[in-house]
Write a protein that binds this ligand. Structure first.
Ligand code: EPU
Length: 300
């Protein structure tokens, strides 16, 4: 088969027919038909520019920890930027491809406080920016000094976050921007105490969330003033199963994969949970995870 994309993409590392079962923590989905993995910002920029010029739709993949893929995806990009985090005073610079948990650990080792809440949140730094990841009353934007991204046309921008650009589990990056990296502003701290606080968060998470089974984190957003997990629990849905997909008996807002689940089973289970919570509480739960529908033609 001839290369079906603009020539500019030939030089960017790419793979074919990669199962989303291997690209996501939930472990379901179809195939990523073409997966491009730029190893530099310049390659990422070349990819975005060439796709924009050619009018090609594609999807941005991060660590795959907050994602439910329902079918095959024709074209996706995942960054493989190799840089290690770089400290300058109280600032910490990291690439979007770096692990979010690894970054939290690195900050602790450097005696930089403020990223302890992230010590148990999987995925990439880029994904954490995209979702404005958070836990225990803190979220990424609280420590974000500047961020780097590509516009949908491939222009590189670095700027400070502005009011309204990052909200609860939402950021402006979702509007077609590609996160490339960030600069955090942290505080001086004692590595021992930072590590202890991070360990405490991880312990709390371990007692309330089903971390031993494949999952995609919290499936639904918390409605204002409510906990989706509690609403699901009160509706008696824990343990509800469609095939190998189950509402976790440990935490109602987690769906777990017992090993052989399919994306169709997760889609059915999510729909069932929404219907039952609506019937019981009159509240419509909104997905917190990203959902990539089969054959979905939308760019990102
Ligand atoms: N609860 C129940 N039953 C359940 C689950 C929870 O009664 O099955 C109750 C708990 O007892 C608690 C309250 O609901 O009183 C809140 O539960 P929890 O502390 O587990 O927090 P959450 O609101 O369910 C949020 C975030 C989590 C984050 C935790 C800790 C969302 C959707 N969820 O969960 O984030 O880890 O707080 O800060 O915002 C994620 O983003 O993927 C995620 C898991």
């Amino acid at each position: 088969m001839t290369f079906p994309f603009p020539d500019a993409l030939q030089a960017i590392p790419h793979r074919r027919d990669v199962p989303f079962a291997r690209l996501t923590t939930l472990g379901v989905g179809g195939l990523c038909r073409w997966l491009f993995e730029p190893v530099s910002e310049a390659q990422a920029q070349a990819f975005v520019r060439a796709c924009a010029r050619a009018g090609l739709s594609w999807r941005m993949l991060g660590g795959g920890s907050n994602l439910v893929v329902l079918g095959d995806v024709p074209l996706a990009m995942r960054l493989r930027l190799p840089q290690e985090p770089l400290r300058s005073g109280l600032e910490l610079q990291a690439s979007a491809a770096y692990g979010h948990i690894k970054l939290s650990l690195a900050a602790a080792e450097m005696g930089l406080a403020g990223l302890e809440y992230a010590s148990g949140i999987p995925g990439s730094v880029g994904g954490a920016m995209h979702m404005n990841a958070g836990a225990y009353g803190r979220e990424l934007v609280d420590v974000l000094a500047r961020y780097r991204f590509l516009t949908p046309e491939g222009e590189l921008v670095e700027k400070a976050p502005e009011p309204g650009e990052f909200r609860y589990r939402w950021s402006v990056l979702g509007e077609g921007r590609v996160a490339l990296g960030l600069i955090l502003r942290l505080a001086e701290g004692d590595p021992e105490r930072i590590r202890a606080l991070a360990a405490d968060y991880r312990r709390k998470r371990g007692t309330s969330q089903p971390l031993r089974r494949r999952n995609a984190g919290c499936i639904f957003k918390n409605p204002p003033g409510q906990s989706a997990g509690r609403l699901i629990d009160q509706a008696g849905l824990k343990g509800l199963r469609v095939g190998d997909a189950e509402v976790s008996p440990e935490h109602g807002n987690f769906l777990v994969n017992h090993g052989g689940a399919t994306s169709a089973q997760f889609a059915e289970l999510m729909a069932l949970v929404r219907t039952r919570v609506l019937e019981r509480h009159g509240i419509e739960l909104e997905p917190e995870v990203e959902i990539w529908a089969a054959g979905d033609p939308i760019t990102r």
